[in-house]
Design a protein around this ligand. Structure first.
Ligand SMILES: *[C@@H]1O[C@H](CO)[C@@H](O)[C@H](O)[C@H]1NC(C)=O
Ligand SMILES: *[C@@H]1O[C@H](CO)[C@@H](O)[C@H](O)[C@H]1NC(C)=O
Ligand SMILES: *[C@@H]1O[C@H](CO)[C@@H](O)[C@H](O)[C@H]1NC(C)=O
Length: 242
């Protein structure tokens, strides 16, 4: 028997970490298993996963968003900071598919209830109301659906095949949204109520203005966390290959 000191060294400096037990292995073409596996992993990432440097998903802290006023009935400069989603981890995965040949993945998830909150700074016009204010916004989203198309590339690392998500297109189909801006017109309850009512009655138009930034943030986050898993574990460590 030949004992190779080089091979011995390699096994020491490239330790094979076990896949964390929140990731249940599935056959790569078993959509039903993949769907429940992804759902189980997300439901267990509320506090994040330190060994992969994945941050907490509940609450999910969002980077600041700033949009400039555009001409139209909702002409508002808006800035949101210290934003966070709660209960994102309670999503139900409807579908998760992997096509390794084309290197594409597809995720569809139903979000029963998400709570969000943040600090806002808004200035401009909402229909007939002139606004220049800051405060705290809270809201609830019920029955929304998240869609994500991922494109990846395959590469070799230590003789194992890995994948890397290079592009992620996300979309939200909103369910019922209720937003509460609170004390926009400091102390004027009647105008505060009117403002919240106007926002909620025109919620689709209101959210459309923020959607692109929102999707970009969420897409980048999913891509980043997915790649933390894919760069650490090879395809055959994550999936059962048939
Ligand atoms: C939100 O999450 C908390 C903590 O996990 C849970 O107790 C609560 O029931 C959830 N709320 C909803 C509406 O799902
Ligand atoms: C959300 O969906 C559930 C079941 O799919 C339904 O019972 C409930 O009425 C919906 N809620 C809203 C606010 O649309
Ligand atoms: C994902 O791809 C499908 C098929 O090409 C397309 O119909 C769908 O609109 C895409 N979704 C997103 C969020 O880009």
């Amino acid at each position: 028997m030949h004992f190779s000191p080089v091979a011995f060294y390699l096994t020491i400096i490239v330790p094979c970490l076990a896949l964390p037990n929140i990731f249940k292995r599935c056959k790569i073409d078993d959509d039903k298993c993949l769907k429940s596996s992804v759902e189980y992993a997300i439901s267990n990432l509320g506090n994040g996963l330190e060994e992969l440097k994945i941050g907490p998903l509940d609450p999910l802290v969002l980077p600041a968003i700033e949009v400039q006023a555009i001409p139209g009935p909702i002409s508002l400069y808006q800035k949101y900071s210290n934003g966070m989603y709660r209960n994102f981890t309670q999503l139900k995965v409807v579908q998760f598919k992997v096509d390794l040949d084309k290197c594409q993945m597809y995720l569809e998830a139903f979000l029963p209830t998400i709570f969000f909150s943040g600090d806002y700074s808004i200035k401009g016009r909402l229909f007939l109301l002139e606004i220049d204010s800051d405060g705290t916004v809270t809201g609830t989203s019920t029955n929304s659906t998240l869609f994500a198309n991922m494109t990846c590339v395959k590469y070799q690392q230590n003789n194992n095949q890995h994948i890397k998500v290079t592009d992620l297109q996300a979309n939200f189909v909103w369910g019922e949204i209720l937003i509460h801006f609170g004390d926009v017109f400091k102390g004027n309850d009647k105008l505060n109520e009117e403002f919240d009512k106007s926002v909620n009655e025109n919620i689709a138009a209101f959210l459309e203005i923020l959607k692109e930034d929102e999707m970009e943030i969420l897409g980048a986050l999913i891509k980043d966390y997915a790649n933390k898993v894919f760069s650490t574990y090879s395809v055959s460590e994550i999936f059962e290959m048939s």
